[in-house]
Design a protein around this ligand. Structure first.
Ligand SMILES: NC(=O)c1ccc[n+]([C@@H]2O[C@H](COP(=O)([O-])OP(=O)(O)OC[C@H]3O[C@@H](n4cnc5c(N)ncnc54)[C@H](OP(=O)(O)O)[C@@H]3O)[C@@H](O)[C@H]2O)c1
Length: 342
């Protein structure tokens, strides 16, 4: 059964796909964002509203009589959870985007300890949803997301919420297209790249279409639960590089560095010492979820979007805020390291 759906963050990479998936599934969708943006692939009938989710009165007004399901793509902390819960009387159920960043390993190591000596987390492979998480609190992105999760789960009887722990999100309209790491090198004619950790890093990606499918199923099957959100296969960084090269018709030598990056050399958006790979079986069991795409299959569309966005534009203007430019594109340091290595 479907009904009315209200999507906060609708014009972002997740929102665009999720609005489309919900509308095509029969929901009457209201697409909310501060700018009121739309997507050309949305079916007719999707209503857009401009609202800032941090403005309580405005969000309450935009919700009006309420909705059967609410998707929140931009909830980050306990305040956001409490804000949603204060509207529980007018929301049937919710789906809220969280992050794999909440996970800790059995020694309490996680995203927040990565830079510490021996701080790189060694998660089980794959990570089940029952794995431990950081203590909730206001300090970091991970602790705030944990607070968001715990507030919502504790109030599951008032507002059944599916929390989706997303991996490294990819797809068109990404504000942080990690593939830029390889794409820009190809556009710059770089014939070599260095990958730390032997190129074996695995940082579970998830395509927006797969998140949208999880949203669609959770909307139809409300519940108070946490689910991992990852693609069916988590490729290594070396495999991602090879797939990008193949799609672009570019050839580059990959030099593997055994250990961690040396300064900026060998670093990449996927460089993790030990794999972060999530178990996707629970979503299959609970929702009957089947992924709608894979990293490899979805790559040409994502790269097509990225190349079009980059055409005639400076990538720093597009993504400079999200991509730590100097760290990932320090060709001079890379060349020095390669020369020293002989
Ligand atoms: N990127 C990753 O790899 C990754 C990994 C794990 C989890 N996540 C999670 O993914 C979520 C981000 O989703 P996304 O990647 O789809 O983001 P996005 O592409 O940056 O889009 C964000 C959307 O939210 C809207 N928005 C931002 N602030 C708003 C506000 N205060 N009120 C109403 N609308 C607002 C934006 O439009 P306007 O600017 O017009 O408002 C836009 O539509 C976050 O919860 C993040 O923690 C991301």
């Amino acid at each position: 059964m479907t009904g009315t759906a209200f999507v906060i963050g609708a014009s972002g990479q997740i929102g665009r796909r999720a609005v489309r998936a919900l509308a095509e599934d029969g929901w009457q969708v209201t697409a909310a964002s501060r700018g009121g943006g739309t997507d050309e692939e949305w079916p007719r009938g999707v209503r857009t509203v401009r609202v800032d989710r941090s403005d309580h009165a405005a969000l309450t007004a935009a919700l009006g009589d309420g909705c059967d399901v609410l998707l929140d793509c931009v909830a980050f902390d306990g305040d956001d959870a409490r804000h949603l819960l204060s509207l529980a009387d007018r929301i049937g159920s919710a789906v809220v985007v969280s992050s794999a960043a909440v996970y800790t390993d059995d020694r309490g190591r996680g995203f927040d300890t990565q830079e510490e000596p021996d701080g790189a987390p060694r998660y089980p492979v794959p990570i089940p949803e029952t794995q431990s998480t950081v203590a909730p609190g206001p300090d970091t992105y991970a602790t705030r997301k944990a607070e968001l999760e715990q507030e919502l789960l504790a109030a599951g009887d008032r507002l059944p919420t599916t929390l989706l722990r997303a991996g490294a999100i990819h797809g068109p309209h990404s504000p942080l297209p990690r593939e830029l790491f390889f794409v820009r090198r190809a556009l710059d004619g770089r014939k070599v790249r260095v990958l730390a950790y032997g190129g074996a890093s695995r940082f579970h990606p998830v395509h927006t279409a797969n998140i949208a499918e999880l949203v669609r199923l959770a909307a139809r099957n409300p519940g108070s639960r946490v689910l991992n959100a990852g693609d069916p296969v988590a490729p290594t960084v070396a495999e991602i590089g090879a797939a990008v090269d193949a799609a672009l018709g570019h050839e580059a030598e990959t030099v593997l560095l055994d250990g961690p990056p040396v300064g900026t050399v060998g670093d990449s958006p996927w460089a993790v010492a030990h794999p972060l790979v999530m178990d996707m079986s629970e979503a299959g069991r609970v929702l009957g979820y089947r992924a709608v795409t894979t990293y490899e299959k979805s790559l040409p569309e994502s790269l097509g979007w990225l190349l079009e966005a980059l055409h005639g534009a400076d990538w720093r203007d597009l993504f400079g805020r999200a991509v730590p430019a100097l760290d990932f594109f320090d060709y001079a340091a890379e060349d020095r390291w390669l020369a020293d290595r002989g």
